[in-house]
Design a protein around this ligand. Structure first.
Ligand code: ADP
Length: 260
């Protein structure tokens, strides 16, 4: 614990200095607290895949189980999960520290959406939900980093696919004076009201996701929120348990193409 606060003084100049010193000490304490929390969270998240990997490897080495193709496949999946976790965390910490370079340019959101939905349509199951795009053809271009925007869309539509058994996923685009608004709506699991305030928190995953969808990292939405905000937009969620979820975010329209 840091405890380096100075007493305040009756001499105004010193008083002012010690107050600003105390403010700095407090923010240092907060940074230190955040760092401790992050390391604790990360250790917790890494423990499960690492224990699984070690457990299987020990059994193989002791010749208690044969290294079948299935088992090796399972091990590769766990290693990939650790890899994803580390990569996602690196991206999130860069985004949080403002060290993520953005290559902003004027692009067609509709073309990007088409490209993303074509790529993701390979994940659509025959008995699963349908994926529909609803975009106005006369939408002005948006001023964004195409790769980061693709990542936002992949995360949100990917989640909708992962957490929706049946029904439909609709990606809708609308605009106001300054922004394009993208809504990704699904008829999936939904999120309980008590959980909604946590969905954008790093490593938060519902109990259901933890037990049924082991491939996730719990970092997708935290990254998505940072990427939207870095590009000047906002993101919000509305959801009902058992009915479905709606994630909506904004992106700035290219100013020079807007009629005054
Ligand atoms: P991940 O999907 O890897 O677990 P995310 O940060 O993308 O991590 O999402 C955090 C959690 O929010 C998920 O584990 C899930 O519980 C919940 N969630 C996200 N998107 C949806 C959705 N479309 N429907 C229901 N639950 C969702």
């Amino acid at each position: 614990q840091l405890d380096i606060r100075l007493p305040t003084s009756s001499i105004p100049e010193i008083n002012r200095l010690s107050r600003s010193f105390n403010r700095m000490a407090m923010s240092l304490e907060q940074v230190e607290q955040k760092r401790r929390e992050l390391i604790g969270d990360l250790a917790h998240e890494l423990r499960t895949p690492m224990t699984t990997i070690r457990g299987y490897l020990e059994e193989i080495v002791d010749e208690r189980i044969p290294p079948t193709a299935d088992l090796l496949d399972r091990l590769i999946k766990e290693v990939r999960r650790v890899e994803r976790l580390v990569m996602d965390l690196q991206l999130l910490s860069k985004a949080e520290a403002g060290h993520l370079p953005l290559h902003l340019q004027s692009i067609s959101l509709n073309s990007l959406l088409l490209h993303v939905s074509e790529n993701l349509s390979t994940q659509l199951r025959e008995d699963g939900p349908t994926l529909t795009l609803d975009c106005p053809s006369n939408l002005p271009p948006v001023w964004v980093d195409p790769d980061r925007t693709e990542q936002i869309l992949v995360n949100l539509v990917g989640n909708a696919l992962r957490y929706t058994e049946q029904g439909q996923i609709v990606v809708q685009v609308r605009r106001d004076d300054r922004n394009a608004w993208v809504t990704v709506a699904d008829t999936g699991l939904g999120i309980a009201p008590k959980d909604l305030p946590h969905v954008f928190n790093r490593f938060w995953r519902s109990q259901h996701s933890r037990t049924r969808h082991s491939s996730g990292t719990g970092l997708g939405l935290a990254i998505t929120q940072r990427l939207v905000e870095l590009q000047g937009g906002t993101i919000n969620v509305d959801s009902q348990l058992g009915i479905g979820s709606k994630f909506q975010f904004s992106l700035p329209l290219t100013v020079s193409t807007l009629t005054q």
